[in-house]
Design a protein around this ligand. Sequence first.
Ligand SMILES: N[C@@H](CCC(=O)N[C@@H](CS)C(=O)NCC(=O)O)C(=O)O
Length: 241
Amino acid sequence: MALELYHLHLSQSERVVWLLEEMQIPYNLHVFKRDPKTGLAPDDLKAINPAGTAPYFRDTSVSPEVAISESGATVSYILSVYSAGSNGTRLVRTPEDPDFATYLEWFHYANGSLHASISRLMYFQFSGMPSDSPMVQRLRGKLAGQLKMIDDHLGKNQWFAGKDLSAADCMIMFSLSTMRGIYPIDLGPYANILRWLRDVAARPAYRKAIEKGDEGMDPLIEPNARRFTEIEAFRGALEKA
Ligand SMILES: N[C@@H](CCC(=O)N[C@@H](CS)C(=O)NCC(=O)O)C(=O)O
């Protein structure tokens, strides 16, 4: 097996690093740092991935080789082809599992709804749009509703798809942790989300993923997480946020 994962520092490709660490599947990790000025992918990553983003994933053990540049598709591919991982960890749910529909819903909620809301707000923040503008207020209200719904769910379930960790947790984690270094969100009112963040950060595989991909950065699990002001393009907006 030759799995190649191209990961961008402080980015949603951490989802795939974490998944592979949980499943203990051998892979080669190629880490790229964000451009310190623009915060975007560096040219050497853009030269490898035509989409210019991370994650970028290749499975060279099959012919023709597989190449994917969407995190959700990469996670689904790994789960379909290597389902149980080398240590038997089963992070996928199938129609026979009682939590199958819940799993699917949260898996897709990660990028389809939660990250979509946060990244829209992030672009407004970068554009300098005042935080009291009607559009920002409206989106913030929507995000607060989403966080409340997640918090209620995690009040009744230890993990997103019930009592065990699943790939739905791997998909959601980035938006509620590392992403807050780019778009700050106060999670103080959401005790169940904070409990879940602590549970994730206590997992050796998650720690290992962050250690390998983000140079041992402390996971962003506090109610008010640190901000990535070391990146010039983020600094101005983050200092005002
Ligand atoms: N929907 C894609 C998003 C990929 C994406 O936009 N990745 C960001 C990192 S969070 C990136 O590579 N940004 C660098 C750039 O756009 O130059 C996924 O889930 O993989």
